[in-house]
Design a protein around this ligand. Structure first.
Ligand SMILES: *[C@@H]1O[C@H](CO)[C@@H](O)[C@H](O)[C@H]1NC(C)=O
Ligand SMILES: *[C@@H]1O[C@H](CO)[C@@H](O)[C@H](O)[C@H]1NC(C)=O
Ligand SMILES: *[C@@H]1O[C@H](CO)[C@@H](O)[C@H](O)[C@H]1NC(C)=O
Ligand SMILES: *[C@@H]1O[C@H](CO)[C@@H](O)[C@H](O)[C@H]1NC(C)=O
Ligand SMILES: *[C@@H]1O[C@H](CO)[C@@H](O)[C@H](O)[C@H]1NC(C)=O
Ligand SMILES: *[C@@H]1O[C@H](CO)[C@@H](O)[C@H](O)[C@H]1NC(C)=O
Length: 272
């Protein structure tokens, strides 16, 4: 029997997602009084509604199909954002203001976080107010952005601060999710390397205490790269209609399925 690349990709994941879950059990109680949790999603265009536009889509839009009636998904990802600009624009704060104890938050950044902060940048020039201060710790960079002096923090500082805020408000867990790869077939042969931000995600999850601190790392980029490898160049190339970063709906959905199995595992392993 010939197994299609997509089927062979989905089979092991289907096994993973068939595991009985604490999350599902607790959210389908018959008490009737327990509100379903919200899974809040923070990220950039690879996750956001309408993706990078032009017919592309972010994977967060499909997460609702993974959880059905057991969770509400709020996809607050926004195109063009980095950990820095998502913070500066109050987007983490708005999630914090709206979330309830027992909710989950997924945080996925990296594609817009590279480079170094430049003086005199505006929303359309220089680093566009997106680059984080280089470093893994409490380093800061002082720059003028849009005529305003800004103390720019490092990527781990932004992500850790957001995660700690959500946990202090009673989040059931925070899922630090690795950025997605660009088209792994763009050179003609398969190639994938985790980014510096992948390492920073690991560092943040560790600093938060890992699962016992209700912080989970999802190696979303690595898993998505494996999925793209299995799908093959033809299918993958056809699903990057605009550039090497933004996915067509089919590939966004594949990537959502991967996130789902890991997300479920993270919620399953959480013990109150
Ligand atoms: C789920 O989590 C357990 C415990 O951390 C781990 O052993 C297992 O490999 C995970 N499964 C998946 C599909 O990630
Ligand atoms: C995307 O669409 C906009 C118009 O909505 C257009 O200006 C832009 O050039 C398109 N970009 C790509 C890469 O297709
Ligand atoms: C999702 O959350 C944002 C805050 O990040 C809020 O402004 C928006 O109204 C929410 N959307 C829904 C459908 O609840
Ligand atoms: C920055 O981190 C270093 C190393 O962890 C620490 O020694 C130092 O006190 C910190 N500085 C500030 C301003 O928090
Ligand atoms: C930006 O300009 C300010 C004020 O002139 C200076 O203090 C700061 O070091 C500069 N930052 C960078 C990254 O060049
Ligand atoms: C920054 O200041 C200059 C000079 O005062 C002004 O022309 C420009 O519109 C300002 N830019 C922003 C983004 O406020």
């Amino acid at each position: 029997m010939q197994i299609s690349p997509l089927l062979s990709l989905l089979l092991p994941l289907a096994v993973a997602s068939a595991l009985p879950g604490r999350f599902q059990a607790s959210s389908s109680t018959s008490s009737g009084s327990k509100a379903i949790p919200t899974i809040w999603v923070a990220g950039d265009s690879t996750t956001a509604p309408d993706g990078g536009h032009n017919g592309t889509e972010g994977w967060g839009q499909y997460l609702k199909y993974s959880f059905g009636d057991s969770a509400f998904i709020n996809n607050s990802a926004y195109a063009g954002r980095s950990a820095r600009s998502f913070t500066r624009e109050g987007r983490f704060e708005r999630i914090a203001a709206a979330m309830k104890p027992g909710d989950f938050v997924v945080i996925e950044f990296g594609i817009n976080d590279g480079g170094t902060p430049l003086n005199g940048s505006t929303s359309t020039t220089g680093d566009k107010g997106r680059a984080d201060c280089p470093g893994a710790g409490n380093e800061t960079c002082t720059v003028i952005f849009n005529n305003v002096t800004e103390t720019v923090q490092t990527f781990p500082t932004y992500i850790e601060a957001a995660a700690r805020k959500f946990l202090s408000l009673g989040a059931a867990s925070v899922i630090i999710s690795e950025q997605l790869p660009n088209n792994v077939w763009e050179t003609g042969s398969y190639s994938y390397k985790p980014s510096l931000f992948s390492y920073y995600d690991l560092l943040v999850a560790e600093r938060l205490g890992g699962p016992s601190g209700k912080a989970y790392l999802v190696q979303h980029g690595s898993y998505a790269a494996q999925a793209q490898k299995l799908l093959g160049a033809e299918v993958v190339n056809a699903n990057y209609p605009m550039d090497h970063t933004h996915t067509a709906p089919f590939l966004a959905d594949v990537v959502r399925i991967i996130e789902k199995s890991r997300l479920k595992n993270a919620t399953e392993n959480y013990t109150a």
